[in-house]
Design a protein around this ligand. Structure first.
Ligand code: NAD
Length: 378
């Protein structure tokens, strides 16, 4: 996705912080407790586009944590980051020296932002160094890798969260509220898609690195939104899933480019209560939309999945969606820092990342079996 400008002063960020955060702080004060003031230290593992363009700026806005180290293949890049973000050079690690993080009490959390195929290795390395982990989506390239990551985090008693930034975004909080309170009735039909065009070879279109094509990278957002809308508890439970999926791969316009991953695909999700989701994802085109329909109305986002500027329309006119934060990532990261401080599980846990990989594997299995309906068992 093209990077969006980060608006905003710290003040604007604070003003627009999720009401929940403010309420938490006030209630802690009211109970006479000192709010947990100590900022946790974060080390970014992988200093590519997303780390540079989104996560590093977000970590200047977070209240509960800050950037204190990096894990990178380039010592020079690490030194430049250390100068820019004001942490000591001894907080620069390579992928091979990650185990030494165990001796660094200034780093509490490792944020894994490397290509998908490396998520499992880097998450496990961080866990064995005793660090809590945020891992970017998709959690890994297979359910088996997700299981290994969960086991490593359990064995070391560290928390694991996935970089599902939109779960904290006001338009999606409103979607979850509608799913729970059913102003329009329960959502019955979800549709939409996410697509952009890739014109040259990058790791995102190499199966060994990316695990798959656009489904792994961007279709996963549609899948997440559909589960949020279909889960009538409104809690976006981490193992809530469709009962079955069916999928069809798009014919390739550029088989030379998309050698071993799909260029695009359509899929259908079938939920236990009869609700359905029908989506498309592609690296050849442009689309960014999500719509949830119920008997008495509908809720639509377009664009639906960007870093900012989401637009909502509903059958009842503009809904009372809270002001979007200047950085979705700052809210997401701060929530995890609070989870660590308060000893609670992240709402976007490793179990949720694993759930999504189970669904994705079922979608690929359906394609491999000529579009057959495949049951999903999380
Ligand atoms: P990128 O290619 O820009 O960065 C990847 C980084 O990993 C680079 O710094 C690269 O040097 C490093 N790396 C380490 N070992 C490598 C290897 N063997 N091969 C290639 N690179 C290696 O990618 P990105 O766009 O920053 O994406 C990184 C991760 O973040 C992906 O998992 C992606 O899905 C995720 N992401 C999430 C969002 C979101 O909105 N949550 C947005 C973009 C990317």
């Amino acid at each position: 996705m093209p990077p969006l400008p980060l608006p905003a002063s710290r003040r604007a960020f604070l003003e627009s912080l999720a009401a929940g955060s403010v309420a938490w702080l006030l209630s802690a004060r009211a109970r006479g407790q000192a709010p947990a003031e100590r900022k946790l230290g974060i080390a970014l593992c992988g200093l590519g586009n997303y780390a540079r363009g989104q996560l590093a700026p977000a970590l200047r806005l977070t209240q509960h944590c800050e950037l204190r180290g990096v894990i990178t293949g380039s010592r020079e890049k690490g030194q430049a980051w250390a100068r820019e973000f004001g942490f000591p050079e001894k907080h620069i690690y390579s992928y091979a020296t990650m185990a030494r993080l165990i001796d660094n009490p200034a780093i509490d959390i490792v944020y894994v932002v490397t290509p998908n195929s490396l998520h499992a290795e880097h998450t496990s390395a961080a866990a064995w160094a005793g660090k809590h982990v945020i891992c970017e989506k998709p959690m890994a390239n297979s359910v088996a890798d997700c299981n290994a990551m969960l086991a490593a985090c359990r064995a070391n008693r560290v928390k694991l969260s996935i970089g599902y930034r939109l779960q904290f975004e006001p338009h999606y909080r409103e979607l979850k509220r509608l799913a729970r309170e059913q102003d329009f009735g329960p959502f019955r039909k979800m549709t939409g898609g996410l697509a952009f065009t890739i014109r040259q070879r990058v790791w995102r279109i190499e199966k060994a690195m990316a695990g798959g094509g656009p489904l792994m990278d961007i279709g996963i957002y549609c899948l997440q939104a559909a589960c949020m809308a279909a889960d009538t508890s409104g809690e976006a439970h981490p193992t809530f899933a469709p009962v079955a999926v069916q999928a069809r791969e798009h014919p390739k316009q550029r088989p030379d480019l998309f050698r071993d991953v799909e260029e695009g695909l359509d899929w259908r999700m079938e939920f236990a209560n009869g609700a359905t989701g029908e989506f498309t994802t592609s690296y050849n085109g442009g689309m960014d939309k999500f719509r949830a329909e119920a008997e008495k109305g509908w809720y639509e986002l377009a664009p639906a999945f960007q870093y900012g500027g989401l637009k909502v329309t509903t059958s009842k006119g503009p809904p009372g969606v809270g002001m979007p934060p200047p950085s979705q990532q700052a809210v997401q990261i701060d929530d995890f820092a609070r989870c660590v401080k308060e000893g609670r599980e992240s709402p976007v846990s490793g179990e949720m990342g694993r759930r999504d990989m189970v669904i994705i594997e079922a979608i690929y299995r359906s394609i491999a079996q000529g579009g057959r309906r495949v049951e999903v068992k999380v």
